[in-house]
Design a protein around this ligand. Structure first.
Ligand code: GAP
Length: 443
């Protein structure tokens, strides 16, 4: 039997340890939609927390926003998504399955499902937006879309945010939220899904300063991925050629990651010029210009956008962290997640279930949780098995309460990656962990 691929192993680990489950699995699943389990939801929250901290809390020139998923349908006419957010699609004349026309196999004329050659019809444009109806009547006038990007919520609220927060250009609006795309060829686990979350910044600048700000954000965003501990050699920039540019972009660079299935887009950085604000001004009939009273001028700002998927960042964190190694002749699988991203920070093990060790361990576990340090208590099985379970969960520190604890009050803390152990007073453990987390998150 063929050795399972890294992606297969990761998908199975993700299910086994409670990171990610297939949506509605008991009914056979829903195409390319995933649910985040107890560990997955923590990892996802930590990713969003790191982004919000860097992009909003640590800056005085970015404001947060949480716009609704449902928007006036004119938004999507103005943005160009009704006409332009399409993929070319072809249908196989034999099995009637539909595929993106730009898939390599399809370009070669072969159906990826049934293998039949040269039965494809003419390509047709297929809009990726999910459509539904608002209110009780299903008619054209009540069509509404699930947003395919969070960005438009920031554009239509540009003046609301700017005036209420008393911001001056340059400044940005940051959002984290769900987006939906009826992808024709989703796949590769959580890489391309139909429901996903985005972390997007729209940074409004004076025209003429946009190239400089574009360079600034390209570098800042690469630094952020590196600050999550992602290996430098697995990240690179890719500049969009004229045939790749989105309809709204003058210039775009992707940050790509080298997955087991190849180099693919993790984040997009776009110079959207005044395209979106200009179109909303035209379609709404409302002036959206910024007034610079001090300089006595008014203008439509240009926008530099940084857009990254939460799910893609989670996938990169998992793939980059996934490690198989041999320790003393035994295979060990671990997730070398940055401690700030790890769903559980610590696991507490009483070495034996006697001599008062469970009570001491229980107190330590309660202390950790009372300081909001997500932790796990495990008294089941050999110590080796307990370590292995936490290694797969990516827990950076395992704390063992042993015979010496009842004598001098110290416990051992084992480092997930180096396997080194240090003895620390049980009372000092929560502070010891908090110090390390704080040092990492401030980078
Ligand atoms: N507002 C600009 C925008 O949406 P995009 O390059 O289409 O640009 C931005 O998307 C990011 O959103 C991507 O770099 C990717 O991380 C994430 N993303 C896009 N489509 C996705 C999908 N189908 N599944 C998961 N993530 C997706």
């Amino acid at each position: 039997m063929a050795e399972p691929s890294v992606m297969d192993k990761l998908t199975s680990l993700a299910k086994r340890r409670g990171f990610i489950f297939q949506s509605s699995e008991i009914y056979g699943g829903t195409g390319s939609v995933w649910d985040y389990g107890p560990l997955g939801v923590e990892l996802k929250r930590n990713v969003k927390e790191r982004w919000w901290s860097t992009m909003v809390h640590q800056r005085d020139d970015v404001e947060g926003l949480d716009a609704a998923i449902l928007m006036n349908p004119k938004v999507w006419e103005a943005s160009g998504h009704v006409d332009g957010f399409t993929d070319p699609l072809v249908e196989c004349g034999n099995c009637n399955r539909r595929f993106r026309a730009d898939l390599p196999e399809v370009e070669g004329g072969q159906c990826p499902t049934c293998g039949t050659k040269d039965t494809f019809g003419e390509p047709r444009l297929f809009n990726l937006m999910f459509k539904t109806f608002m209110g009780p009547v299903e008619e054209d006038a009540s069509v509404i879309y699930l947003r395919p990007e969070t960005a438009q919520g920031s554009y239509v609220n540009f003046l609301n945010v700017q005036t209420s927060a008393r911001q001056k250009i340059p400044f940005g609006i940051a959002q984290i939220g769900k987006a939906f795309r009826n992808e024709i060829t989703p796949g590769n686990f959580i890489f391309r899904t139909r429901e996903f979350e985005q972390m997007e910044l729209q940074f409004f600048v004076e025209p003429g300063t946009d190239d400089e700000w574009f360079d600034y954000w390209m570098n800042a965003r690469m630094e952020w991925h590196l600050s999550l501990g992602i290996r430098k050699e697995k990240l690179r920039f890719h500049e969009h050629g004229p045939d790749e540019l989105a309809h709204y972009a003058k210039k775009a660079f992707d940050i790509e990651y080298e997955h087991p299935f190849g180099w693919t887009e993790l984040e997009g950085i776009h110079n959207r010029t005044d395209f979106d604000l200009g179109r909303h001004q035209e379609f709404s009939g409302k002036r959206l210009e910024y007034i610079d009273a001090a300089a006595g001028k008014r203008f439509l700002p240009y926008v530099v956008e940084t857009a990254v998927g939460v799910d893609r960042t989670v996938l990169v964190a998992l793939v980059d962290a996934y490690t198989e190694e041999e320790v003393k002749g035994e295979e060990r699988v671990l997730l070398k997640l940055a401690p700030s991203l790890a769903p559980l920070k610590a696991a507490v093990f009483p070495l034996v279930k006697k001599d008062g060790l469970p009570e001491i361990a229980d107190k330590l576990y309660t202390d950790l949780r009372s300081r909001s340090i997500p932790s796990f208590y495990d008294a089941a099985g050999s110590i080796g098995r307990r370590y292995r379970r936490q290694d797969e969960a990516g827990t950076p520190w395992c704390i063992t309460v042993d015979g010496q604890t009842s004598e001098d009050g110290t416990v051992t803390i084992r480092d997930r990656d180096t396997l080194e152990q240090v003895r620390v007073s049980a009372e000092a453990v929560p502070g010891w962990i908090q110090e390390r987390l704080a040092a990492e998150s401030s980078t």
